[in-house]
Each structure stands twice: as C-alpha cells, then as structure tokens.
Design a binder for this molecule. Sequence first.
Ligand SMILES: C[S@@+](CC[C@H](N)C(=O)[O-])C[C@H]1O[C@@H](n2cnc3c(N)ncnc32)[C@H](O)[C@@H]1O
Length: 251
Amino acid sequence: MQMHDWYKKMFEGKFGEFWLKQIEGWGETSELQASFLREILEKGLTLDHCCGPGRISVLLADSMPVVGLDLSRFFLQAAKKKAKQAGRENFYLIRADMRHLPFKHGVFDNVMNLWTSFGYFSDEENRMVIREVSRVLQSGGTFVLDMFNPGWMVRNFRERDWDENGQYLTLEERSIHWKEKKLKTRWIIIDKRNGEINEITIDLKLYDLEELKELLGEEKLETVKVYGSFKKEEFNEAKSNRIIIISRKQQ
Ligand SMILES: C[S@@+](CC[C@H](N)C(=O)[O-])C[C@H]1O[C@@H](n2cnc3c(N)ncnc32)[C@H](O)[C@@H]1O
C-alpha cells in the first residue's frame, strides 16, 4: 500500500477497532454536534459524506432521512448495527469513494462532512471531492464542512503526544511540510491487552479558512456562516480549533 493510500487502512481492521473504542467515549460531543446540525440543516434528505460508524447520522436519522456514505466496510458494518439498535428506519448506507459519488445531480437537500473527512488526496482530487458534493446538492441546499484549523494547530503545535486510554496506548508524532502544505502524523497504537503494535503515517492537506472558502466558491458553494465550534462560537483564526463552514449551493 502506498503512503498516500493511508485512508484505506486507517479506518479498517485493527485501526477501525481502535477508532470505535475512542468514539464510545464521545457521546456528549456527538450529541452537541447533532443538535447544532438539527438547527443548521434544511428539512429534507441529508448525505452524511464519510459517515464513519454513523456517530452523527444515526442520531440525526430520528428526525430526517439520512444517507451515510463511506469507504470503510468495517465502519459501514458498525453503522448498520448502530442504526438497527436505535431502530432507525430513515437511514440508508452506501459504500463508495468520496471522489465519485454514486448519485444523480441535485438529489440532496444537505450534505455534511464532519471531523476532518476532507483533504486526504492531491489538490486536484480534493477539488474533485468538493465538485462532487456540489453536484449532488440541489440549488439552495446546505453543505456543512467541519475541518481542523491549521491557524490554531500551528500556534499550539505539539510534535509528540502520548495518550493512555483504556485498552490502548497511543503515540502520535507530527510534522508540518510547508512546501506541500501538509500535516503528517505518525500513529503508533499499542493494544495493552496483548502488546500488539500497529503503525501508520497519514497526511492531511492544511487548508485555512480563506482557501476553503475559495475552493467552495469555485464549485458554486457560497459561504454563509463560519463557526469555530459546535457551541456556535464565532470562528477565530488564533483561538478556534475547528473551522465549521456553512455554505449554500448557488443556481
Ligand atoms: C475522521 S473519520 C470521520 C467519520 C465521521 N464523519 C464522524 O464524524 O464520525 C473519516 C471517515 O472518512 C472515511 N473515508 C476515508 N477515505 C474515504 C474515501 N476515499 N471515500 C469515502 N470515505 C472515506 C473513513 O472511512 C472514515 O469513516
């Protein structure tokens, strides 16, 4: 597997199991994000673009029809199970690559891409992802993009982190590659039950707010509001660790 194919490995198998365990502890955060989205989204059909294990979409599907799309078989299985346990009927899952959405033009009233599920590819392919989102949104539809804020990350940069959480010990080593504008992170995940070690290096494109707005604008997605958190705080380049952009599809 090539280094740039990390997204195929990071959310399957042992890594997928690791993420599911982490997410178990995020109940309150996920509830907060879901209530933010209930206020922001239009009534109608919503695409959870890179839905993962259905962390947010299963919550939202209590009051609106939601389609969850993801590449990870492991996460899609987990999402299916979660939806079944919650008794959701208005919830559909599909396996696809975000660069090629298997939907007709203008079928969704909303698309949401949450928790940094964007910036995984080359510049051209990242643009293709936004173009696809715009294509499947109907005019006037809403796109919510939730990314990390490089302005905050650089000011609070930590080269290394060590986190011990239940079953896992996690080591992260970060470096910024300015020429390519990428954040590279080496993850070492140790399962404390049996000492098993898994390692992966991932890279994410660093997009600041202006670059994201421009990218969206070029694909007919006009920014209408920017928040710095799911508590609806205003975005602040230095202080917000998230960039949450609400945009509308133009005619
Ligand atoms: C950081 S997780 C976020 C999951 C979810 N949005 C959430 O907030 O819990 C990123 C997700 O993107 C998915 N993904 C990665 N590459 C993908 C691709 N090429 N096409 C579709 N989904 C992809 C992963 O499988 C994973 O579920």
